[in-house]
Design a protein around this ligand. Structure first.
Ligand SMILES: [Zn+2]
Length: 415
């Protein structure tokens, strides 16, 4: 393959240098105005490619339409596809002044020029089930994250768009490109007008390893347990004090050690006490529950309810309440009714000479939310590894394969 055939590397290096870190707990979308800096670049570049229908709104959402190239009589029969990536990078690590560098991986560990303490060990590399030796990798200098999450996805979608605009004879239907802010703080699709996109289905380019397809995620619930005790001077407490801290100890034991995030993997869910706060007169515990299976999530809710009822019996003079809140849902519910959308991705990945790898997301995704907003939307690999870390890296050939995958999807749908 000729050097940077799709201009994906050049684009990627340009985008990661633009500071787009989002922030938690902001009312506004975007949470940080700097995300507009990249959004404006994307708008400009799309216009330079000749894409005429490009819009950026006040929430920093960029939507572009590449018109169909097939016979106008045939065009309406081809479903409109949407490709989505996010502009922001995670606030968990610094994302300003990113200094990308390119190395050829020849085995051993990977060190970083700006951060001698930081090392990617051979064992970490060997965990990746794809041979990395000889790969050209992009990393940061070790003082910041790289931002492959999700600027690799943006660069791949932009490179595919440039290819389509350069090849007007390449037959395809209507293609929508969507770039959103604030994914890392959970608000990327809040302001997306799904009905206005009029797409039949979409793909987020926000997965990690080469070949990954993610079409299922957790069902989520959360809750708060509050314990009302009774405080009195300890010297006069005999028979009177009700210590909420002691009751909290019993409440915590309702969360089994062997159904915890730290003891569960793959397709198993968990119960997770996430935060406690307490004094003698009052204590509270915040928790989350996760499971891929909806019924099993309900069973976990019952475990908590029954456990708390038992603690209440043990401490009749305290008042213990538990409240539950529903979170996101497993996109599998929707994807099972749209299996063709997954099959197309599988076929496109195989056409690119890559082995498709199905992965269940142990979390939620924006694609999952889009599924329940009416847009079936699995998540596909963008090629970056070690997300939200200074150890983030992306193999250049994986980004090229992702561009091929996008073009193959477009081709399969147009057939
Ligand atoms: Zn991401």
């Amino acid at each position: 393959m000729e050097r940077d055939k799709f201009s994906v590397l050049t684009r990627f290096l340009r985008y990661v240098k633009i500071y787009t870190t989002s922030e938690e707990e902001k009312e506004e979308i975007p949470s940080t105005p700097r995300q507009f800096d990249l959004a404006r670049v994307l708008v400009q570049e799309l216009k330079e490619m000749g894409v005429s229908d490009v819009n950026m709104d006040e929430h920093c959402i960029v939507v572009a339409t590449i018109p169909a190239t097939v016979d106008p009589n045939r065009a309406p029969s081809i479903p409109t596809i949407c490709f989505i990536a996010h502009i922001d990078t995670s606030p968990e690590e610094p994302g300003e002044n990113v200094q990308p560098r390119i190395i050829i991986y020849l085995g051993g560990s990977i060190t970083f020029p700006g951060n001698p303490e930081l090392v990617i060990t051979p064992a970490e590399i060997q965990e990746i089930p794809v041979d990395m030796v000889g790969e050209e990798l992009v990393t940061s200098d070790g003082t910041t994250l790289l931002g492959a999450d999700d600027k690799a996805g943006i660069a791949e979608i932009m490179a595919a768009a440039a290819f389509l605009m350069d090849h007007p004879d390449y037959p395809h239907g209507i293609i929508k490109l969507v770039f959103t802010p604030d994914e890392e703080v959970g608000h990327s699709v809040d302001k997306v007008d799904v009905s206005n996109l009029s797409a039949a289905f979409g793909y987020t380019l926000d997965g990690d390893m080469l070949g990954v397809i993610e079409a299922e995620c957790f069902n989520a619930a959360s809750g708060v347990i509050t314990i009302q005790g009774f405080n009195i001077h300890p010297g006069y407490a005999y028979g009177k004090m009700v210590n909420a801290i002691r009751i909290l100890r019993d409440v915590i034991s309702v969360f089994p050690d062997d159904i915890a995030p730290e003891t569960m993997k793959d397709h198993d869910g968990y119960l997770h006490p996430a935060h406690i706060k307490g004094a003698v007169n009052e204590a509270r515990l915040d928790f989350i529950l996760r499971d891929f299976d909806h019924d099993k999530l309900q069973a976990k809710i019952t475990t908590i309810k029954d456990g708390i009822a038992a603690v209440q019996q043990r401490w009749p003079r305290a008042k213990i309440t538990v409240e539950f809140k529903d979170g996101y849902r497993n996109m599998k519910e929707i994807m099972d009714q749209n299996l063709r959308v997954i099959e197309i991705a599988e076929e496109a990945i195989k056409m690119a000479g890559v082995l498709p790898r199905h992965k269940a997301i142990r979390g939620g995704t924006d694609g999952a939310r889009l599924c329940f907003m009416g847009l079936p939307c699995p998540n596909l690999f963008a090629g970056g590894m070690n997300f939200h870390s200074k150890k983030e890296f992306v193999p250049v050939s994986w980004m090229e394969k992702a561009v091929l995958m996008i073009l193959n999807i477009i081709e399969i749908v147009a057939r």
